[in-house]
Write a protein that binds this ligand. Structure first.
Ligand code: ARG
Length: 261
């Protein structure tokens, strides 16, 4: 995770961002701190990446890489405003002694990749259509040695896979069907017939942008409908307020890059 010390909406690269809407950086920091405490309170270890001035989106740490089996497949951002973030993430992985593979293809890390260790022996789900190039899916498969299933995103508000789909445990997912093309919806129904599905309200409240440890599901406090669906499915929803970070087009999951050493 990376604290939103220099967070602001200085440019607009997704439909949630509006440079005319003021951002309360102090409040963003408080909300982020609450999220970090929530995760450590649940027993997780959180490593903190040092934020850098002029990289306001660094708080969305999920976009910096995608790690599976101890190998981090690095990011290559689509928008020039975020390009330099990849360097900071690379330094982080390398300084911790993990294998880091620099990508040739445009991809936004865990924003567009999800890993399900128990689904079909270990499956990567990958989004494309807005940020990550589909060629990066093949590259990720080559680097990580895990099958990668490409899913096409079609709704501009759900520009990253992690805004529309989440791993709930090692083999189960929740997703918002309307964010995907018809053929991709069909693929998801075939692979995950028991998935928890979200409706428009759940998705617009960032209810899919969640972090789950298989039991506790940490999600945006506005996503009350989604929380109920998760409770009905046997999970324990844990709500956190992240109103300021929503203005940048992200929520819980965007702030967390999961380490799978
Ligand atoms: N403002 C950032 C962008 O548009 C938000 C990134 C959200 N991150 C995520 N993993 N969905 O790039």
């Amino acid at each position: 995770m990376c604290p939103p010390e220099y967070y602001e909406v200085a440019y607009a690269i997704n439909p949630w961002m509006d440079t005319a809407t003021p951002v309360d950086t102090e409040l963003a920091l408080k909300q982020w701190e609450r999220l970090r405490e929530t995760l450590t309170g649940l027993g997780h270890t959180v490593h903190v990446l040092t934020p850098e001035a002029n990289l306001p989106d660094m708080v969305y740490a999920a976009n910096g890489a995608f790690m599976v089996d101890g190998t981090a497949y690095g990011a290559r951002f689509k928008h020039p405003q975020r390009t330099a973030e990849a360097i900071a993430h690379r330094a982080f992985y390398e300084s911790n002694g993990w294998t880091y593979v620099a990508p040739a293809q445009t991809n936004e890390g865990e924003g567009d990749f999800a890993f399900l260790p128990d689904a079909y022996g270990g499956l990567v789900l990958a989004g494309y259509g807005f940020r990550t190039e589909v060629a990066a899916h093949a590259e990720a498969q080559d680097v990580l040695g895990r099958p990668v299933v490409s899913l096409r995103l079609v709704e501009p508000r759900f520009y990253h896979l992690d805004t529309a789909l989440a791993a709930l445990d090692d083999g189960a997912i929740a997703y918002y069907p309307a964010a995907f093309s018809e053929p991709s919806q069909r693929v998801l129904r075939q692979l995950f017939p028991d998935a928890v599905t979200a409706d428009d309200a759940d998705a617009h409240a960032f209810g899919l942008n969640l972090v789950s440890d298989g039991r506790h599901v940490v999600l945006n406090s506005e996503a009350t409908g989604m929380a109920q669906k998760l409770a009905d499915a046997g999970y324990v929803p844990v709500l956190v307020e992240l109103s300021e970070l929503k203005k940048g087009g992200g929520s819980v999951k965007c702030c967390v890059a999961e380490l799978r050493p």
